[in-house]
Design a protein around this ligand. Structure first.
Ligand SMILES: [Zn+2]
Length: 181
């Protein structure tokens, strides 16, 4: 591999385009590529994104240490619960989704939240305890919006636009940099 290509792990997948992700906690670069794309072309693509990769790795390196189980995590979990509950109650009502769905707070390293549309259960990342109310609110509205529109498509984004028009700016701040390639 030429030296100007950042180190990466290649995963062959039935995807349409080559995609790059920089993953916490160690900034590993993972590249998904369709089988037919030659390695040399993938190298060139990764090299062309070297700056973007370095920026993401810096951002990940600057993150506080991941929360491990223990008293500190329990304190943050209790704090987060107090902040989540009023937001969840307010937005469930506002979005016409009553009753308030069940929720969980878990340590998650790659996602801020998930929503199981079958059970309506929403899971929030414990890391949100270290984020401000505006960012927490964005995740609450995003996960609730999945109860209206399951996927991340134009209809989903129009639900977000209707309830939280500034969501794109907040998402950018939450993720530190514009979302991936
Ligand atoms: Zn989503």
């Amino acid at each position: 591999m030429p030296t100007d290509v950042p180190a990466y792990t290649l995963v062959r997948k039935p995807v349409r385009h080559v995609r790059i992700a920089v993953r916490p906690p160690d900034g590993e670069v993972r590249v998904s590529a369709p089988r037919h794309v030659p390695k040399s072309e993938i190298d060139r693509f990764v090299a062309s994104r070297a700056r973007w990769i370095a920026q993401h790795q810096e951002r990940i390196a600057a993150l506080p240490a991941p929360l491990t189980a223990g008293p500190e995590a329990e304190r943050l979990r209790a704090e987060l619960r107090l902040r989540v509950e009023p937001l969840l109650a307010y937005w469930t009502d506002r979005m016409g989704l009553m009753p308030v769905p069940p929720y969980l707070i878990r340590r998650m390293t790659t996602r801020w939240g998930t929503c199981n549309v079958q059970t309506r259960r929403i899971t929030f990342a414990l890391e949100l305890a270290r984020r401000d109310d505006e960012q927490l609110e964005y995740i609450v509205v995003h996960e609730l919006a999945h109860l209206i529109e399951r996927g991340h498509d134009a209809r989903f984004y129009s639900v977000m636009d209707a309830y939280l028009p500034q969501w794109r700016r907040i998402r950018k701040e939450l993720n530190g940099l514009p979302p991936s390639v």
